[in-house]
Design a protein around this ligand. Structure first.
Ligand code: NAP
Length: 276
């Protein structure tokens, strides 16, 4: 039986991935920070009804000790999906370095901790797939999504290098870059975020416009179902070697393409036009 570990599986993409993999015969190690989360309860009910192999591990990806303890009984792993993450929204100036660190700690260092936990095992196995959930915000930037983008640009660079370093061991590392999808992501407000936005009142309207623009872009898409991301990840997991970049969603594909073909100054003018 093939096995997969998915971080942040109690909500959003992770939740859908856990069910997708389990329904297709995988043994799923699903991580959550808290077994009391609604998504854990829901998945357990479904798993019981459908006799799915889903085991919960309690861990925060910012806590190395917890990662080691929670995963100590795993002896082999075919697929590692680094999905856990969140977004800090607001002007770059509003966040202290310590607050910024929280964003990078979860979204980028969290990936690194999980990779370091499972890479030696995969090297011994001479096989494995590492799928890192980045974002289109790891390819392009939007004003007021600076800290989030910085963390996801980091995941992009990290994965590109990792991929080149592990290929000779039979391991493949790839990126999935979703556009905007309705999950728990946009509902989460980071502690202090509202105060920061209030404090920087002069940009409040612009933040609203930017959020609105991102949302409208999402609505414009032909398919807004987050299941698309889970399906794509599942498809990649079954391939020995996949391409590095995997944009999911019309908005993601289009924005990544535009950023690639448009000269910097034109891109810059478009972004300024949107926020002004
Ligand atoms: N939705 C989008 O439009 C979108 C677009 C591009 C990329 N993404 C990326 O997709 C991934 C999944 O997000 P989602 O949209 O499914 O959002 P979500 O519904 O909010 O799910 C995020 C999951 O990550 C977990 N998580 C957050 N910080 C964590 C930490 N420090 N340690 C362990 N788990 C942690 C959350 O756990 P708790 O429930 O305990 O908070 C939750 O299970 C993220 O990396 C996000 O950046 C999302």
């Amino acid at each position: 039986m093939r096995s997969v570990l998915i971080t942040g599986a109690n909500s959003g993409f992770g939740y859908l991935m856990a069910l997708k993999f389990a329904r297709n015969g995988y043994k799923v190690y699903a991580t959550t920070r808290d077994l009391k989360r609604e998504g854990v309860k829901e998945i357990n009910e479904i798993a019981l009804k459908e006799r799915l192999e889903i085991e919960w591990l309690v861990l925060d990806v910012t806590n190395e000790k917890q990662i080691k303890e929670a995963t100590k009984d795993i002896e082999s792993l075919d697929v590692l999906i680094n999905n856990a993450g969140f977004g800090m929204i607001g002007p770059i100036e509003g966040y202290s370095a310590e607050e910024f660190l929280l964003q990078v700690d979860a979204n980028l260092f969290g990936v690194h901790r999980m990779v370091r936990r499972f890479l030696p095992m995969m090297r011994k196995q001479k096989s494995g797939k590492i799928i890192n959930i980045a974002s289109v915000a790891g390819r392009i930037t939007f004003p007021y999504y600076g800290l989030y983008s910085a963390s996801k640009f980091g995941v992009e660079a990290y994965t590109e290098v990792l991929r080149s370093e592990v290929r000779s061991f039979g391991i493949d590392a790839v990126l999935v870059e979703p556009g905007t999808f309705k999950t728990g992501f946009s509902k989460r407000v980071v502690e202090g975020e509202e105060d920061i936005i209030k404090e920087y009142e002069h940009v409040g309207k612009q933040i609203g416009m930017m959020k609105d623009f991102v949302h409208k872009f999402g609505v414009l898409r032909f398919e807004a179902n987050p299941q698309k991301v889970a399906d794509k990840v599942y498809q990649l997991a079954g391939q020995k070697v996949s391409k590095l970049h995997n944009f999911v969603g019309f908005d993601s594909k289009m924005l990544a393409l535009l950023r690639k073909v448009l000269p910097d100054n034109l891109w810059d003018s478009i972004v300024q036009f949107i926020v002004e």
